[in-house]
Design a protein. Sequence first.
Length: 142
Amino acid sequence: MAEERAKKAAVREQSAVATRRGYYPIACAVAGWLIPGLGHALQKMWGRAVTCFLCVGSLAIVSAAMRGNIFASTGNDAFDFLGYLADLGAGSFYFLARTLETLGPDVSRASGDYGTRFMATAGVLNLLAALHAYETARGRKA
């Protein structure tokens, strides 16, 4: 009797993982990239969702307040392009910071340089969170 229940539970778990393997993991990854923490929120991981949103959001806001350099896609060399990819990883916060950057960057001071690094950190952190949302939606333990 206990074996039957265990077998039924295993079959239910396998079917649940099989149904999530369609578009759902990709949707969680894209949603998690666009709005930090949304990929985890779709899976009802509320603590991780709030943590991701607050961490990425605070790093991006501090970066904009410090007038860090927000890289554009029209970089001259490979390091500008890597900076653009790191910044773009912040999702909607990248587009918000790009819109709010009216005075331009101030990298002549240390605070502007730190602001540049904070935005890149926000982007990489958000990409890692989106990857985690993708992996957990696929059914892998993280």
